[in-house]
Write a protein that binds this ligand. Structure first.
Ligand code: CA
Length: 224
């Protein structure tokens, strides 16, 4: 799970980063609203911790724009303001939760876990597309008649395609989402994995097809 922290006070931002990394999350940092919004729109994060008082753009505006662009990931607002008015504004903008600074580390982690758990529950519901279904517990791709166990990366790749079916996913976004920033991934490795997943879809005799949009990326579509 990858969490973005948008916070202009470097010390606080880096402190949160350390806490999250120790808890096993991958992290990203943005120190102003505009950069934060760009990072959110990249689509590679699973959750955002968003400060309200930010240079360039306020957290409220970042959130409004992100929601307007169809970004549905959980957003927890970090605010130094505890007035009811700000909380209502935050929720109206599409926040899922908020924490008033200074907050307790344990509470921060608990809120994050709660939000991510809901995401996972939603994912489980969404793991069907056309005539296929992904079984999270067993990593099996199930068609109407046949099923096959997928290796981890193929599973993650197909899961990501199913969740975002019908959308063209840029190559860079898929690579970052599946392989992360740290691992060195040759670009053609993605093509190899796409071909593996295509073979598995064929094996279970699915109508679902991975469509290539040249120079851009891939999308999962329902074929004939
Ligand atoms: Ca601030």
């Amino acid at each position: 799970m990858r969490i973005l922290i948008v916070e202009d006070e470097h010390e606080i931002a880096e402190g949160i980063c350390t806490i999250l990394e120790q808890a096993g999350y991958e992290t990203g940092l943005a120190f102003d609203g505009q950069t934060g919004l760009e990072e959110i729109l990249s689509g590679i994060y699973d959750l955002v911790l968003l400060d309200v008082m930010l240079p360039e753009m306020s957290g409220f505006d970042v959130l409004r724009e992100a929601r307007g662009a169809g970004i549905g990931i959980p957003v927890i607002l970090l605010t130094a303001l505890s007035q009811t008015g700000d909380k209502i504004t935050g929720l109206d903008c599409g926040a899922d939760d908020y924490l008033t600074k200074p907050f307790d580390t344990g509470e921060l982690l608990a809120r994050i876990r709660a939000r991510l758990r809901r995401t996972e529950e939603n994912l489980q519901k969404d793991l069907s597309f056309a005539d296929i279904h992904l079984e999270q517990a067993t990593f099996r791709l199930c068609g109407r008649e046949r099923s096959i166990k997928l290796p981890r990366k193929e599973y993650q790749l197909l899961e990501y395609l199913i969740i975002n079916h019908g959308q063209i996913l840029p190559r860079e976004t898929i690579i970052t989402k599946i392989w992360g920033y740290d691992e060195e991934t040759e670009y053609n490795q993605l093509d190899v994995y796409i071909s593996f997943v295509r073979k598995k879809l064929k094996f279970v005799e699915s109508r679902a097809v991975i469509v290539t949009t040249k120079g851009i990326g891939y999308s999962l579509e329902e074929g004939e």
